[in-house]
Ligand binder design. Structure first.
Ligand SMILES: [Zn+2]
Length: 382
């Protein structure tokens, strides 16, 4: 059994321990100490990193009461000085303790249970029921009020009789000793992980967005420094948009919406102009050939189809229109169905073509140089 210093004090940054064993494994060493402040992964919280003597701690896992430290090099037996990467630990504790507060409040106010917690690049928490944005906003406010109140956070393992009399949140199926984490009067929850000493350490709790998940919801949260960095990144983003649009920061949404509407109108005007241009080009189309390929700049799928169809309606035959640049083009081709299908089979066989269609219209993309496409059209015979 390894003595778990992190259970007694979540703020131990350096400690001394006896190295009991250090065994070589594939690509790393497995080191066992008599006591440790390195938290092994558990309760949704990742393990600690740090240094153990001269070795870097890469992973920590609990196995049958023994805590295994994965180190990058061998460590001599005897006393070793160890240092926990406290920035990483604090980030874990801020997010995890923040999640406890949110989960406790959601349980109390809406009767939902936390059924999952994950802390990786970002923290997520799952609940077995649906909440609205305004309900989550209300919970977020209460959670931050609990932070501002700097409530004490305590952890202990009560004897069975005391435990039986307590009303606490817990995952189903916990056996043996139960360690409880109490956050003021806001939450009481079974948990093995280290937490902040008082809620003020969390700094800020922000509920980002949420999505439906297995009949409930999954919320994304950022607490502590994660929330600060997120705020900083978003502030910088809003500042840039504000400068770009020459509007006040609290008016950027209106500014972007206005710009978006203008863009929509400009796109519509452009499509109308393209339609008129295509109509003019149809009039001056001049080819004796029954199968032709035209190349035009900046036409989308709809415009290509419109153009090819107008040519076919006016002049018959198989009329294809391409847009793009060497060696990648989008195209649409129109013709009598049977002839077009024969043509399209040959076209696909000869060049790298993706696409299809029916009722006298085929559409897709072709990976080929313009010269190769034109050569194919010139040589093609039904
Ligand atoms: Zn927990």
């Amino acid at each position: 059994m390894t003595e778990k210093l992190y259970e007694r004090d979540s703020h131990i940054r350096t400690f001394q321990a006896e190295v009991l064993s250090c065994e070589k494994r594939a690509g790393f060493y497995e080191t066992v100490l008599d006591r440790t402040a390195f938290f092994p992964e558990g309760g949704g919280q990742g393990c600690d990193f740090g240094t153990l003597a001269d070795a870097a701690v890469l992973d920590v896992q609990l196995q049958d009461g023994v805590i295994l430290h994965k180190t990058d090099r061998a460590v001599p037996l005897g006393t070793a000085c160890c240092t926990v990467d406290f920035a990483r630990r604090l980030r874990h504790m801020q997010n995890h303790s923040g999640e406890h507060i949110l989960s406790g409040l959601i349980h109390r106010h809406y009767g939902l249970d936390n059924v999952g917690f994950h802390l990786g690049e970002e923290a997520t928490a799952d609940f077995n029921g649906i909440l609205t944005r305004s309900q989550l906003d209300a919970i977020e406010t209460l959670a931050n009020e609990a932070v501002f109140a700097d409530l004490p956070v305590t952890a202990w393992t009560p004897p069975p009789a005391e435990l039986a009399a307590l009303d606490y949140r817990s995952k189903a199926g916990i056996e043996g000793e139960v360690r409880l984490v109490k956050i003021g009067e806001v939450d009481l929850c079974a948990c093995c992980a280290p937490h902040v000493k008082s809620t003020g350490e969390i700094g800020l709790i922000k509920v980002l967005d949420f999505e439906k998940n297995k009949g409930g919801i999954r919320i994304r949260i950022k607490c502590g420094k994660d929330a600060l960095l997120d705020y900083r990144a978003k502030y910088t983003g809003v500042q840039k948009i504000s400068n770009l649009l020459a509007v006040k920061q609290n008016e950027v949404f209106d500014g972007v919406e206005k710009l978006n509407n203008q863009l929509g109108e400009a796109k519509w005007a452009l499509s109308q102009m393209k339609k008129r241009l295509i109509a003019e080009k149809i009039k001056t189309f001049d080819s004796e050939k029954p199968v032709t390929a035209l190349f035009e700049e900046d036409l989308d799928g709809k415009e290509l189809q419109l153009y090819a169809d107008a040519l076919h309606q006016a002049y018959g035959g198989i009329r294809a229109v391409f847009s793009g640049a060497d060696p990648a083009y989008s195209f649409a081709a129109c013709g009598e169905e049977a002839a077009l299908n024969t043509f399209f089979v040959d076209f696909k066989n000869r060049l790298t073509v993706r696409g299809g269609g029916r009722n006298g219209i085929v559409q897709g993309t072709v990976q080929a140089e313009r010269a190769a496409i034109l050569a194919f059209f010139d040589a093609w015979q039904p």
